[in-house]
Design a binder for this molecule. Structure first.
Ligand SMILES: Nc1ncnc2c1ncn2[C@@H]1O[C@H](COP(=O)(O)OP(=O)(O)OP(=O)(O)O)[C@@H](O)[C@H]1O
Ligand SMILES: O=P(O)(O)OC[C@H]1O[C@H](OP(=O)(O)OP(=O)(O)O)[C@H](O)[C@@H]1O
Length: 305
């Protein structure tokens, strides 16, 4: 351990979620960006072999604090965690990473629960997002509590729990909860439904205000951008009769323009173009309709766009 710590000076410190939803995808981003490291068993620091970078594995919740205070230069965490740590002004959000997408929602029992969020004012809410929920209900309290209630010191009570928030209503701990929702399966299984959304979140790359090596931050950022773009796009390759080329270009306009190459048969051309992965089924249907042949969809390993 001490030998690693001695090697930390002069290295850019990059915080990675050590477990949970953001862990695996953060590791695959590092792999795609070709940051090679070996993490020794149970050690939360790993030196990157091909860059002067040290990875520090920390809970996603704590990463905004470390980056905001400048103890760590770069980090991956959720937008929800940055907001909950009130770190928005202390860090720079460099890049949305496109994973860890979820919503922070106010949820109540389907049977017998409140129907509107105003009905929860003055009651008890259970959450792991104490700060955000306090702010959210302070505004509602201001708006919906009567003057007499305010003077009597009535407030919506926010109760912190560290996990399994969805169990709170059934156990009688709260009248509603505020928790993250992705597929909605956890919420549904607990007999809850959402009545309001406080924020939408995804994983982000954040940077301290004074990173130790700005040019290395830019380099890592553009590598990570390349990995994300490669996941977003595919390469479409097909042959089409020249009489249909104009329509083909409309279907696959590419990011700048498609590459058109002549074929031995002068009535045909080969077209190559980048396309959004999520549109690909529709694009293939349309290409078939204009008689395109030999349509190939190729994964992109990495790119700079
Ligand atoms: N179901 C989910 N789908 C997508 N993203 C999620 C989901 N749950 C959490 N996240 C994102 O991952 C971040 C970390 O949440 P997670 O529940 O994995 O925390 P953890 O590291 O396991 O535990 P702790 O809350 O103790 O830090 C959240 O702040 C959020 O940005
Ligand atoms: O909408 P879903 O796809 O069901 O995902 C939402 C669940 O995921 C997270 O919990 P996690 O698994 O991290 O466990 P936790 O309850 O202990 O935080 C979150 O707190 C929800 O409970």
């Amino acid at each position: 351990m001490t030998d690693i710590i001695n090697k930390l000076s002069d290295r850019l410190l990059f915080a990675i979620p050590k477990k949970g939803y953001l862990h695996e995808q953060s590791l695959s981003l590092l792999k795609g960006a070709d940051l090679n490291f070996h993490r020794r068993n149970r050690l939360d620091i790993a030196l990157v072999q091909n860059f002067p970078i040290a990875l520090v594995f920390l809970p996603a919740t704590d990463i905004p604090k470390y980056v905001g205070e400048g103890n760590v230069d770069l980090g991956i965490t959720g937008q929800d965690e940055v907001a909950e740590s009130e770190a928005n002004d202390k860090i720079d959000e460099i890049l949305e990473l496109g994973f860890g997408k979820c919503e922070l929602q106010v949820q109540v029992p389907v049977v017998g629960g409140a129907t509107r969020v105003e009905e929860l004012v003055g009651k008890k809410i259970v959450t792991s997002f104490e700060i955000l929920v306090r702010k959210y209900f302070d505004e509602l309290d201001q708006k919906y509590l009567t003057e007499e209630q305010k003077q009597a010191g009535v407030k919506t009570k926010i109760e912190y729990v560290s996990g399994s928030v969805e169990a709170a209503c059934a156990l009688g701990l709260g009248d509603g909860i505020v928790d993250l929702v992705e597929s909605g399966k956890t919420m549904k299984a607990a007999g809850l439904h959402p009545i309001s959304t406080i924020l939408s979140s995804q994983a982000i790359l954040i940077c301290s205000k004074n990173p130790s090596d700005l040019s290395l931050v830019s380099k890592i950022t553009s590598r990570i951008k390349g990995v994300i773009a490669a996941q977003k796009y595919v390469l479409v390759n097909y042959n089409v009769q020249r009489v249909h080329l104009e329509e083909a270009i409309k279907i696959t306009p590419g990011r700048r323009a498609p590459l058109i190459s002549p074929l031995e048969d002068s009535e045909w051309a080969e077209v190559q173009s980048m396309a959004d992965k999520c549109d690909i089924a529709k694009i293939m249907d349309k290409l078939e309709e204009i008689g395109a042949k030999d349509i190939l969809i190729l994964e992109i390993n990495n790119c700079r766009v």
